[in-house]
Design a protein around this ligand. Structure first.
Ligand SMILES: Cc1cc2nc3c(=O)[nH]c(=O)nc-3n(C[C@H](O)[C@H](O)[C@H](O)COP(=O)(O)OP(=O)(O)OC[C@H]3O[C@@H](n4cnc5c(N)ncnc54)[C@H](O)[C@@H]3O)c2cc1C
Length: 240
């Protein structure tokens, strides 16, 4: 796959410890909502042993004018270089990669389960659903420790108000760490919570994205419920 140059347009903090980056969108890059790319730093000023590239989900929708990513900050060389990068500097994208995309049949409900920064593919999918007027019944179950750490909360609330077929369920498992306070769900992702949010567990297609523990939690819950695991698509964010 060819390397496509992209220029950094903006960088801002969208949740505690989470930065959003916007880049120019190469004309030749077409992708499906939910896919990822490999983002690379050409000629990095310094390196660590983890290298100058990362697989990163496109948080923007295919029709958006820019490429958007969101990632948890860390002191890796890759993220430190990008955190200090001047606007207009050039990076490279390879992709799109992956098959994590919404099914076509709008009569089959979709259950999207995001753990923390695993919200990125679902932000892309929901923007795409809104842009294309898709009618799939969708439940988004979004787990975080507290609201401060939850990226895209305002935008998701706005999509929830706009899309009649979207049901947004938020769970914050450490509400005591929030200065804002939280009086919604606090359960971890488990079978009881899925039953409460979804109802008939056998009908939907399931999509889970984020760190390993959320993938395991959803896989185990659906296994116990006797759901055919062919109905589950996983997007594991390795590296966390
Ligand atoms: C399909 C996919 C999509 C992803 N999408 C997102 C996203 O949208 N947002 C997001 O925040 N993250 C995403 N990630 C995770 C992302 O690629 C990074 O792994 C993560 O952000 C941690 O990067 P880091 O630089 O902070 O951590 P680091 O620990 O510095 O780097 C992690 C990377 O280095 C590798 N690594 C770790 N230790 C070593 C070592 N000793 N030697 C060599 N390599 C090592 C890991 O395998 C991993 O690739 C995604 C991952 C995958 C696979």
């Amino acid at each position: 796959m060819p390397k496509m140059p992209v220029q950094l347009l903006s960088r801002d903090e969208i949740a505690q410890g989470t930065l959003r980056y916007r880049f120019t969108k190469p004309a030749e890059l077409t992708f499906k909502a939910g896919q990822y790319v490999s983002l690379g730093i050409p000629d990095p000023p310094y390196r660590d042993k983890k290298g100058p590239r990362r697989p990163l989900t496109l948080a923007s929708a295919p029709n958006d004018d820019v490429l958007e990513f969101a990632w948890r900050t860390s002191d890796s060389a890759f993220k430190s270089i990008l955190a200090a990068a001047p606007l207009g500097s050039t990076y490279e994208v390879v992709g799109p990669i992956g098959t994590f995309a919404l099914h076509d049949d709008p009569t089959v409900p979709a259950v999207l389960v995001a753990g923390g920064i695993g919200i990125t593919p679902f932000r892309s999918m929901l923007r795409d659903v809104a842009a294309r007027g898709l009618t799939h019944p969708i439940t988004l179950l979004y787990w975080n420790r507290n609201p401060e750490q939850a990226a895209y909360l305002d935008e998701l609330a706005e999509l929830d108000a706009r899309l009649p077929n979207l049901k947004l369920m938020l769970t914050m498992t450490q509400p005591e760490t929030s200065a804002r306070g939280w009086d919604g769900l606090t359960e971890r992702i488990n079978l009881d919570l899925l039953r409460e949010c979804v109802g008939d567990l056998q009908a939907p297609m399931y999509y889970v994205a984020g760190p390993h523990r959320i993938i395991v939690a959803v896989t185990e819950a659906l296994t116990v419920a006797g759901v055919d695991l062919a109905r589950l698509k996983k997007d594991e964010f390795t590296g966390y």
